[in-house]
Each structure stands twice: as C-alpha cells, then as structure tokens.
Ligand binder design. Structure first.
Ligand SMILES: Nc1nc2c(ncn2[C@@H]2O[C@@H]3COP(=O)(O)O[C@H]4[C@@H](O)[C@H](n5cnc6c(=O)[nH]c(N)nc65)O[C@@H]4COP(=O)(O)O[C@H]3[C@H]2O)c(=O)[nH]1
Length: 948
C-alpha cells in the first residue's frame, strides 16, 4: 500500500507540476502578448499624442505669430493707424488668442522728432517721456540722445503694459538682433528669450517683431527695407503662458500620457516649458510601469528662432496594463484552478489507474491462467484423444471393467479385442469380466489375476482364452487399477480395472516348438537324446515299480552311409524320415521311438508280462525297414541291425542301457545285415577294444604301424603279373595285424584317412617306381581312394606331388574309386576324374555292381578299368544271376572300351569262367594273397605265371 501511495504521489506531483508549468507558461505567454499589445497600443497612442502635441504646439505658436502678421498688415493697410484703431483691431485678437500677452507698435523716431513726439504724447500722458528700462522693466530713466529711437508707441492691452509706452527698445540687445533681421527680411522675427520684467515674477518670454514699412517704398532689398522701415509691430509672449494656453486650449494637458518639454533660445537649448507626465505609482513594481515608446523630439523654427519640443511617454499606469494584468491574474488563477483540478483528477485517476492497473493485471493474470488452463485442457483433451486413439488402434486387446459393479462388469473393449476374440463389443459390454474367459476348464494362472484384482493392484498372468469360433489362444493378460476422483476424506478409490491382453499364441507356439525341438529330432520328429533319457528314466521307474522288464533297442541302418554318400543328404534325410515313420508304425503307443543322430535310432519297449511283445516289435521293425523305399528314381532295399539291452538286467542307468544296446547292435551288425542281438556282458569288452582302437589309430601313422601289402593283378590272356593293388595294413603292437575293413571306416570317420591315404599313395608309388627301376618296367600299382580323399580339394595337387616326388610315370598309377564316390555328385566327380586323367593317371571303379550299378553313367566317366566285386565273382559258379551280372559287366565294359578286372578270384572255375567270358585281368587268392613288399618282390622275381 505504501508503495502504491508513493507511486500515486509521484504521479500526482508530476502531473500537477506539468499542469502548473504549462499554466504559468501559457499565462506568461498571454501576459507577455497582452503586454506587447498594450505596449504597442500605448506606443502608438504616445506617438499619436506626441505628434498631436508637437503639431498643436507648433501650430499654436505659428498661429500666434500669424496674429502679429495680421496686426502688421493693418499698418500696411492704414497709414497712419491711430491708437484707437490699434486698440480696436488688436483687442479681439488678444481676446481670441489669450496666449499673446500683448501687441505693441514701436515707432522709429529720429532724435529730431523726439521732442515733438514727447510733447504730443504728454497730451495724453503727462509723464510721458522716451525712456529706457531698468532691470525691473521700469522705463523711468529718459533715454539719452540717440540718432533714432525705437519707441513703444502703442501697446495693448494697455492695462498692465502702460509703463512700456515710450520705452526705447533700440538699445535692447535682446531685441536689436531680431529687429534688424525682421527689418531686413520683411518677416516676423522672434527675439531671443527675454525676461519680461513687466510681468510679475520676471517671466521668460520673447517678442516677435514684424517691420512696418513706409507705404509706397520699395522693399525688394534689405537696404530698401532699412530705408523704408518706420516702425515695427511686436507681439509679446510669455512662454509658459503661451504654451500652456496652446496646449490647454487643445486639451492636451489633461491626460498624463505624455510629458512635454519645450526648448527655445538661440540654439533651442533652453528649457522653457515642462509638463510632466503622470507620476509613477510606487505601489506597482517598476517593470509594470515601464514607459511605452521613446521620447520624441521635434524641432521647428518659430519666427526665425529654433524651437524644440520633446514629448516624453508617460509611465505605464494600472489602466494601461489592465488587460495584461487581468490576463496575468486570470492566467494565474486559471493555472491554480487547473492545478487544483489536475491534482484532483490525477490523484483520482492515479488511484483509479492504479486500481484499474491492478485489476487489469489481475485480469491479465487470470486470463493468462485461463489461457494456460485452456491450453492445458486442450493438451489434456489432445492427450486423451491420442490415448483413446492409441487404445482404439492398439494391436492388443484392451478391456475396461468397472471396479464397483459386482462381477466387474465390462464397460469397454477396443477393436483389437473384437478382432482377436471375434466377439463384437455389444456381446461383452455389460457382462461380468469372468465371462471373457470362455469355456476353458483349467486356468491355473487365473488365481494370479483374480488376486491382483481383489487386492486392487497390478498383476499379470498367462491365460488361455477361447475365441468365438472356439479356437483357444494364449494371452498374457495385464491388469491395472484405475483410480477415480479423490473423495472428501482424501482417499482415491479404484473406479475401474484395465486389462490388456497380449496375444502370445505365436510365442507360446514358438516356445512349444522350442520345447518340442529341445526334446525331439527336428528331421524326423522323433524323441531326441534328451527326451529319450527322460522317457527312459521314467520307464525305468515304472519298470522298477511294476517289476516288468524294459527293452532298450539300438537300431543302426545298414548301408545308410552309402545312400548318404551317393545320393546326398537330401536323399539321406528322406530315407531317415521314411525309416522313422516305419519305426513309429511298427511300435505301440506306449513305446518310444528316438533318433540319436545319423542313422542311429533307439526304441524303448516296456514289456507287459511274459508275452515278450518286444520280439514281435523287433521283427515288425525288421520287416518294415526291409520294405523297398523309393528315393527319387531309385528303389532301395534297406536293412537294419538292432541291439537290445534289457532293464534291469543289462544296466541300471539310462546311459548304461543305451551303451549296451549299442554294443549289442554292433554285434548284430557283425552277423550280417538284418539281425538283432541281445546284449551279453562279454560284448562290453569288444566295444571297449574298439574304443581303444580308435584312440590308437590316431597315433598309428606317426608310430609307423602301417605298411602296405601288394596283391598281384594278372593279365588273363598272358598270365603275367601286370600290376598290383596296394592294400593297407595296420600292425597293432598288441592286436597284431588289423584288417583295413576294421579301421578304414574308422579312419574316415575320424578324418585320419587323408594323411593315411597320402602316405599310402606315396609309399605305393615309391615302391612301384623302385620295382620298375629294378626291372619290372611295366608294373602298375592300384591305390584305393576313400570318398573323403576323392573330395579332398588338393587331391590333384597331392597326386601330382607324389608322382613328381617318386618319379613314377602317372600312367602306372591306377586310382581305385567306388561307385558311391562318383555317383554322389556326378558332375563334380566327372570334373575330378577329368583332372586326374589329365595327369595321366588310370582310373578304375572298384566293387562294381554293389552299388548303383548305373551303367548309363559309366559312359560319362573318364575311367579305364571296371573291377567286378568279389561278391559276384564268388558266386559266378553257383549263381546264374551273378554269372549273368558278371557277363553283363564284362560286355558293357568292353563296349565302353574299358578293361575288366575281377577280384576275389579263388578258384580255377572262377578263373575259367572269367577267361571264358573275356575278363581281362584278375586278382585273388588263387594266384596270391596280398604280400608284403619283399614277398611280392620275390614273387616277381620268381616270375610265376598264372596257370593256363
Ligand atoms: N576272400 C577273399 N578276399 C580276397 C581275395 N583276393 C583279395 N581279397 C581281399 O579283397 C580285398 C580287395 O580289396 P578291396 O576290394 O579294394 O577292398 C579293400 C579296400 O576297399 C580297403 N582298403 C584296403 N587298403 C586300403 C587303402 O590303402 N586305402 C583305402 N582307402 N582302402 C583300403 O579295404 C578293403 C579290404 O581290404 P583287404 O582286407 O585287404 O581285402 C582285400 C583283399 O585282401 C580272395 O580271393 N578271396
């Protein structure tokens, strides 16, 4: 409040000050203007007055002189003029012009005429004499004798001037100059200022003299006028009287507007009259009484004497400045009133302005708040609309239900809910929340949601729901309470619950898929090792409780590797899936069919009582697998080997049971294709031996446990040894000589075949070259290549390097390939073979007839030799089929310009057959078993030929 009042005071003071200054300024302006107008008016008035006075004075004086002329004219007209005429003529003039004191006539009198004149005059005036005046103006002294006299003869009015009669003025210095001047000029001439002694107070005055000439005389020159002069008329003026009379008659002395000063004398320097203007008023300040205008000085000549009149402006009087003073007073008064008014107004306005300002500020603030509120509300509405829109367009189902209505009635569902569930909003709105659940019997997680709602907190649960079309889907449902308005007690009650359902069916499916994959074989859909273990443990527990046995069957497909290597993985996969189906088809529901990987399958066959259903199942499996299977354009005949371990006799753990079943399976395999074998405790040792064999194979090469044996190959026509097949041998320190059939596959699986094969190639080539150098110049060496070697990238390089290294001509090296190697990828195989052929190497197809026997492809392969598998050779003498096949192979080979070599020839009958049917070469026990190098060399040296 103090602040406000201070501000108001400042504002009022400023306004009042401004108003006051403005008022004073205007007042001063008006006053000055009025003053100027007044001064100008007074100045003009003064100038007018001054000119009027000067003119009046000059006119009056001249007019008086003019009267003398009039009187003088009388003397010119009438000669002589009697005293009586003089009186009667001058009397009215004097009366009309009271400023003229007297008229007189001075007669020029020669001395000769003095006595007569005096005498005559004494007639009327006894004491008359021509006298001269004293200082007092008395003419009591007779004039001494002079040549002539200038005697006052007539004077009017006589009263008061009678003593002047007879006065000789010829000697008056004050008059003599004027007399001579008037006489000579003929014009009235004024004397210097004189002291008029005849009047009381010795007043200052002057005379105007006008010459009277004798009538008829020439007056053209001053001399003529001197001679003609007979007297003079004179008018006497008392200056004060004269001027006062003139001005008085003109009523110019009444106002005090101007002071008048009249100067006369020889130089016009003597102040002869003064009339002051109005006196100053001491009550008024000097600046208010300042005279308007400058004194005027006018000069004129009166009868030859210089006169000056100075008119002085009067001091300003109250009346002269009445207007400006009124203006001043009025202005000051108005200023005061205006100040008072403004003070009032500004005080009130300031307060009003302040109040208005405060209220305006308050209003503006309120407006601002209102604008902000509106903006906030708009923003809120926008946000709400956005949220509404988000809820509307949400991909997830959103349900809003009342927290107050019993049963939590549904109040809103979004379009996503309708889309996901298939229920339109009108079907669910107004219904209890529980109705959304559908007819799902088991909802173990529902408790979590219900508890959250009951406790009015957030919660979530994964639930299943039923769509309108009956499809069940998974949903992760979140529930959150929505708080309403705060009550009087400050508590904020829950008004609604929002449920957001995220359709996680896909996730659940994916999880189920993952879970399935975690326990199942992806390719076949069978149980995998993990699930097998779980099931096995479960079944073991069941078996333990029931006391009934459980069979664990390990199945390995025969020849699967061949299919996989020759037709590729896709074909292998197809085969595995087909086998899986057959296994499932051959087993019961209670059984478990699992795939461990590759072509290994495991069955769990729980047994019920003494019926040994397992045996039937085993047989069914054998039969099912043995069914021909179509793989593309090829029809395959599969078989499998099975090993069975029985719980609890063959093992107390899952691992043990599977391991023993595996061992049994190996045993079955050893028996040939399509067998099963139950586990026996002694099998374990064999398996352990195999494992140790694998371990020792790794070090066999570096430990130089390998060597080669060479089996001779003979030309059937000449019976001579033309070459040899290098056959690998492993001399185990404990186990002795191990057959390649026992470790080549192992080496291949272990990847050891690459270095081992390279060693074989180098050793064989070196040996062949050595024997060539020893004289067996055309000896050819055949080396087996494994499938892995054949696909080895640097095969070509390795072969070339070995040939270079050993110096063996490529032509003497024959690489034995198998059908499965070249048929797996015909194009690639053709390319590899082409490169090998380019080196000059011979190529042969080993074991021909056991695999595809796709003769059509042979045309495309750059091979040189076909080797008929010994299984055919073995039976050619017993089996017409085999014999026919061998004949067909020989014929075909020859058609393709290939040589044919039969291996495994053991009997002469076989030899004969082969010879008979045109087989080119042979190898077999009939001639020689594979021999170590020294023995082979000895054989060569022996030079034994094949019997004819
Ligand atoms: N019953 C009988 N058998 C006969 C007769 N004549 C030869 N054999 C045997 O038949 C096999 C011929 O070799 P293969 O077909 O290439 O079959 C070979 C070959 O596939 C493989 N193999 C041998 N050495 C190597 C090698 O250095 N590298 C590769 N990759 N495989 C080899 O091992 C297989 C078996 O070789 P081996 O045990 O040496 O067995 C040899 C040989 O001893 C006979 O009249 N009667």
């Amino acid at each position: 409040m103090q602040k406000i009042l201070r501000r108001v005071r400042i504002s009022v003071s400023v306004s009042v000050l401004i108003t006051m200054l403005a008022g004073l300024a205007i007042t001063a302006l008006c006053y000055v203007s009025a003053r100027q107008i007044e001064a100008e008016s007074a100045r003009l008035l003064f100038q007018h007055d001054a000119s009027v006075r000067s003119a009046a004075l000059m006119s009056g004086l001249n007019n008086a002189v003019e009267q003398l002329k009039v009187l003088n004219q009388l003397f010119r007209s009438i000669d002589p003029i009697s005293r009586e005429q003089f009186r009667s003529f001058s009397a009215p003039l004097l009366q009309r012009y009271p400023e003229i004191q007297a008229f007189s006539y001075r007669r020029v009198l020669d001395h000769a005429d003095r006595a007569g004149y005096e005498h005559a005059m004494r007639q009327a005036h006894p004491a008359f004499m021509i006298a001269q005046g004293d200082d007092d103006g008395n003419n009591s002294q007779p004039v001494p004798q002079r040549d002539s006299y200038n005697v006052i003869d007539y004077v009017e009015p006589l009263h008061g001037n009678a003593q002047l009669l007879g006065l000789d003025t010829s000697n008056s210095p004050g008059q003599q100059v004027a007399r001579i001047a008037s006489r000579d000029s003929g014009q009235p001439t004024a004397t210097e200022l004189l002291t008029l002694t005849q009047y009381p107070g010795r007043q200052t005055g002057f005379l105007v003299l006008a010459p009277v000439y004798r009538a008829g005389m020439a007056l053209d020159t001053p001399e003529q006028r001197q001679r003609a002069v007979i007297g003079e008329t004179a008018a006497t003026f008392r200056i004060t009287h004269l001027i006062a009379t003139i001005l008085g008659n003109a009523r110019l002395l009444d106002s005090g507007h101007a002071g008048i000063e009249v100067f006369a004398g020889a130089q016009g320097e003597t102040l002869v009259y003064r009339h002051d203007a109005a006196p100053t008023n001491r009550a008024l300040p000097a600046w208010m009484q300042a005279a308007h205008g400058q004194p005027t000085l006018s000069s004129f000549s009166l009868a030859g004497q210089p006169w000056r009149v100075r008119i002085t402006p009067a001091h300003a009087l109250w009346n002269d400045h009445q207007g400006s003073l009124y203006v001043l007073l009025g202005g000051l008064l108005s200023t005061l009133l205006a100040v008072a008014y403004v003070y009032q107004l500004v005080s009130r306005n300031s307060v009003i302005e302040r109040i208005t300002g405060e209220r305006t500020a308050a209003l503006q603030f309120a407006n601002l708040r209102l604008s902000e509120d509106i903006a906030a509300r708009l923003q809120n509405e926008k946000s709400l609309r956005l949220r509404e829109r988000i809820i509307e367009v949400s991909a997830n189902a959103i349900v809003i239900c009342s927290a107050e209505a019993p049963g939590y009635l549904v109040e809103y569902v979004n379009p996503a809910f309708e889309r996901i569930t298939g229920y339109p909003a009108q079907d669910v709105v107004g219904k209890p929340l529980a109705s959304l659940q559908g007819n799902i019997p088991e909802q173990p997680n529902m408790d979590q949601l219900q508890t959250a709602i009951r406790e009015q907190r957030e919660g979530k649960a994964i639930l299943r729901y039923c769509r309108k079309d009956g499809e069940v889907y998974w949903s992760e449902t979140f529930v959150a309470p929505v708080r309403g308005q705060a009550g009087d007690d400050g508590a904020v009650p829950i008004s609604h619950f929002v449920l957001a359902q995220y359709d996680i069916s896909a996730v659940m499916r994916f999880e189920a898929e993952l879970a399935f994959q975690a326990r199942h074989d992806i390719l076949t859909g069978l149980a995998n090792r993990r699930l097998l273990r779980e099931r096995l443990e479960h079944e073991m527990a069941v078996a333990q409780r029931s006391g009934l046995p459980l069979w664990v069957v390990f199945i390995d497909l025969d020849r699967f590797k061949f299919v996989n290597d020759t037709l590729g993985h896709d074909a292998g996969d197809t085969l595995l899936k087909g086998v899986a189906e057959r296994l499932l088809g051959a087993t019961r529901e209670v059984d478990t069919v699992a795939r461990l990987g590759g072509d290994e399958f495991v069955l769990l066959l729980p047994q019920h009582g003494n019926g040994d259903p397992g045996m039937a199942i085993l047989q069914r499996i054998l039969d099912a697998v043995a069914q021909p299977m179509q793989l593309g354009e090829y029809e395959f005949f599969l078989s499998c080997s099975m090993g069975v371990a029985v719980y609890p006799d063959d093992g107390g753990s899952a691992e043990m049971l599977i391991k023993h079943a595996d061992i049994a399976m190996y045993r079955a395999k050893e028996q040939g294709r399509g067998h099963w074998q139950f586990y026996a405790s002694n099998m374990n040792a064999d398996t352990l031996q195999r494992l140790s064999l694998e371990s020792e194979l790794r070090h066999a090469l570096e430990r130089e446990q390998f060597h080669l044996e060479y089996q001779p190959q003979l030309d059937l026509a000449s019976g001579q040894v033309v070459g040899m097949e290098a056959l690998l041998r492993w001399r185990h320190p404990q186990l002795g000589l191990i057959s390649p059939a026992s470790f080549i596959g192992m080496a291949e699986e272990m990847g050891l075949i690459i270095p081992i094969g390279e060693w074989v190639l180098r050793t064989a080539c070196a040996q062949a070259r050595a024997w060539q150098l020893a004289g067996h110049t055309h000896l050819r060496v055949a080396v087996n290549l494994s499938a892995r070697q054949f696909k080895q990238r640097n095969l070509l390089h390795a072969v070339a390097a070995v040939l270079t290294e050993t110096g063996l001509d490529a032509h003497y090296l024959e690489l034995e390939l198998t059908e499965s190697m070249v048929m797996h990828d015909v194009e690639q195989a053709t390319a590899i073979m082409g490169n090998l052929k380019a080196l000059g190497v011979q190529l042969s197809i080993d074991d021909f007839g056991t695999g595809y026997s796709s003769l059509a492809y042979l045309r495309h392969f750059p091979i040189d030799v076909l080797k008929i598998d010994r299984s055919f050779v073995n039976d050619i003498t017993h089996s017409s089929d085999d014999a026919a096949i061998v004949c067909a192979i020989i014929s075909l080979a020859h058609n393709l310009r290939l040589k044919v070599i039969a291996e495994g020839v053991e009997t002469t009958a076989q030899l004969d057959f082969l010879r008979e049917h045109g087989c080119d070469q042979m190898q077999g026990y009939l001639y020689s078993r594979p021999l170590a190098a020294p023995a082979f060399e000895a054989l060569l040296l022996q030079g034994a030929r094949l019997a004819a």
